[in-house]
Ligand binder design. Sequence first.
Ligand SMILES: [Zn+2]
Length: 245
Amino acid sequence: MQSLTRALFVLLMTMVLVLSGCSKSVEGETKKWKANEARITALSAQYPGFKAALDARKESASKLYKEADGLDGDAKIKKLAEANTALMTGFVRELDGLDGELKELREKRVEAAAKAGDKSSLLGAKVAAEDAQKTIERVDSTLKTGAKDEASATAVLKKITADIETAQSAIDKVLAIDKEKQDAKASDAKADADAKAAEKAAADAKVAPWKCEYCDNMNKHDSMKCESCGAARPEDKKDAKAPTK
Ligand SMILES: [Zn+2]
């Protein structure tokens, strides 16, 4: 009963958290705006070439943000949320996520170069890793150049994102093929081990002692008569285990 009470309590708390997290508030949207503004400032510092486009974006979104001043209640919340979306959408969102994507590509590049198991995979991995490196360098230089306005920033970011994706999927493909080869190798090795075990079992069976059906004496594998009572070795054993020497 106690655990049921506890489970209900946890459920209730979860619902409260979810509901409070979902419902927007003036305070929440204002806080979000400040955080987004700080993000824009940080992006301008990190990518100076995009400063003009980022400033333009900030200016247009700020207009929406200021419009919220004359509103209250749900209308105000709605306008603030609109301002937040307007500030961060499109190329800003892409620029914001670029660090993570480039980091992932760099890591995959290293992985591709290190993980390729055999010579043919290594070659493919090397090519993919080199391509990735070229992409990273091209992206870095494009980012440095930047874009003069929002429209070109959008186009530039679209190209960059597509380039990163292409390089990533090329590496993924190489790694997947390499994994397949490794798996095939492992299953070949297992088949080999199984065959050897079967061979050993057969060899062991050939030299296994045989039991006399009259006196239960255990006789050497190559004895044709019971060493104890002299009874003849049973036919099936004679056939199967006739000495080969
Ligand atoms: Zn015997």
